[in-house]
Design a protein around this ligand. Sequence first.
Ligand code: CS2
Ligand code: MN
Length: 348
Amino acid sequence: MNMKMSFRWYGEDDPVSLKYISQIPGMRSVVSAVYDVAPGKVWSEESLERIKMSCENNGLIFDVIESIPVHEDIKLGKETADRLIDVYCENIRRCAKYGVKCVTYNFMPVFDWTRTQLDKEANDGSTSLVMYMEQLKGLNPLTDDIDLPGWDASYSKEEIRGLISAYSALGEEGLWKNLEKFLKKVIPVAEECDVRMAIHPDDPPYPIFSIPRIITCEKNLDRMLSIVDSPANSLCLCTGSLGCASFNDIPRLVEKYVKKDRIAFMHIRNVKNFEDGSFEETAHLSSCGSLDVAEIVKILAQNGYDGYVRPDHGRMIWGESGKPGYGLYDRALGAAYINGLFEAYEKG
Ligand code: CS2
Ligand code: MN
């Protein structure tokens, strides 16, 4: 197969072992990161060497990073941004030295993904991450004491309020300006190192609580890619993140960007969308959610996609407990399903 199947691993503390990951048929690459260093600090070469060796000892290749986090000061365009971008570039160089070919990151202010519940039980007893508008509506992070799952617990409530105000004041155009500055410094370094930078879309792809979000829709993906027109400036096309909004037609987006060679990494998962914008994460199979996963893979296969793929979030099934979205069983089922689709379509 052309595409490179991969699996996210959270390091030595991950309840899912590399040995188990290596037992999934067709598994090639490990997606990981140095998770115990704060954003804005350099990663030690020893840490990278250790991850590389652990993967190799299990017959796997460590060649994808998810993520090198972008420090808030870079996104906010503070005076420290220049120095922090230099640190970012140094991390890219170090990763490349240990064999990394693809670096995932996002440009979401303050929070990574937002959900209202991490263990919503379905009729079959499995659990998954969900976002119910009903639960989100009426919350105001500036006045209420909100603790949403997935939000960075290392900030105090005061700090979060400060960050939210700063981002509201910055606005979308301010955030674009800071992304542009970041890309213009980072992409040439990635090119030199033969690394493809893969930006993860905002999840969900619309503003939450007046915090601007820009990596959201076709027009904005075009704008982002045109800032530096290079394959090193590419997408991590996450079907579930973009696909929980009805304005994004995922098969069409995949077709457009795979033909331009601007997808470095595919996150494949399914979501079930509701009229009011709520959504539930489901099993990967097309019939389980709102996305036509078979059609998405068909387009990738028919266009000779040879980048990285990973089954994104899975449900918790078969009594497994662990990191929400990142258990072994359902992601392994997802990988097997996606492998099957690729094999079928690549053979025509
Ligand atoms: C991931 C993201 O678990 C997830 O939702 O897809 O957290 C992703 O790792 C980051 O946004 C990439 O920077
Ligand atoms: Mn994703």
